[in-house]
Design a binder for this molecule. Structure first.
Ligand code: ADE
Length: 250
């Protein structure tokens, strides 16, 4: 997968060199380029923002640098027969980022991310881009970040780990929270009995039983209980997916 990110803070994306994502890049599974929006400004001050028409607080990102930057991304990444990128613009006004959307994005050959700052990007940029490529505005959640960079870190990590070969044990992806509509079950490791501060904490005995069917049933029950307790909003969907019609919401 190819990924391009346009930002006025390219250094913000440095963590994409680390850990699993960094290794995926070095292994050639992820071809990621970060571009500085200011390189596409037209004046010697490298201006990318201006005051909003109609008044109001803050600054708005100008359209011309964005059009130039996105044209550069498309030209730099295009190969004969290659698609255009799917443009993702992180913003609190977007569609919610979910595991389902992560899977959809992971199916794309090429993603481009446009990181807005200030009060946002001139609306005409979205129209201009949408005439050239698919565009999706994506929100991490119902809160406001200072810009799109932190959201890009989260989205790229969630998407890249779904690419074949990025996560060593593909089976581990299947049992995770949000896969199959339920949260993950609790996990334990050695020691089986842990004494700390005068309190003894034991691993649930079923996990030491070696009885795989019972362990599976226990884990499933834990997922259902956790989902009902922490994310009751997920329970109707989970009940449909897993046939748990008699699920009780606590
Ligand atoms: N940029 C600012 N707030 C955001 C949010 N909640 N999600 C994604 N991008 C954002």
């Amino acid at each position: 997968m190819r990924v391009d990110v346009v930002s006025i803070f390219p250094e913000y994306l440095a963590p994409l060199d680390l850990s699993l994502i960094g290794r995926a890049r070095r292994d050639g599974l992820l071809d990621l380029a970060v571009h500085d929006l200011r390189d596409f400004a037209h004046d010697r001050h490298r201006t990318v923002d201006d005051t909003p028409f109609g008044g109001g607080a803050g600054m708005v990102m100008k359209p011309e640098p964005w059009a130039a930057a996105l044209a550069h991304v498309v030209a730099a990444g295009s190969r004969p027969g290659a698609p255009v990128p799917h443009l993702v613009v992180p913003g609190p006004g977007g569609v919610p980022f979910t595991q389902a959307l992560a899977h959809e994005l992971a199916d794309q050959e090429w993603l481009a991310f446009a990181c807005g700052r200030y009060e946002g990007i001139d609306e005409r940029v979205y129209e201009h881009a949408a005439e050239r490529m698919p565009v999706t505005v994506v929100s991490l959640g119902d809160y406001v970040l200072n810009g799109g960079e932190v959201a890009v870190l989260a989205i790229v990590e969630a998407v890249a780990r779904l690419l074949p070969g990025v996560v060593g044990n593909a089976a581990s992806l299947l049992e995770e929270s949000h896969e199959g509509g339920l949260l993950e079950y609790p996990v334990y490791t050695r020691p089986a009995v842990w004494d700390d501060d005068g309190t003894t904490r034991e691993v649930p005995p079923v996990l030491l039983s070696g009885h795989h069917a019972e362990i599976g049933a226990w884990r499933h029950a834990q997922r259902v209980e956790r989902t009902a307790a922490r994310r009751p909003d997920l329970v109707p969907a989970a009940a449909t997916v897993t046939g748990l019609d008699d699920l009780e919401v606590r």
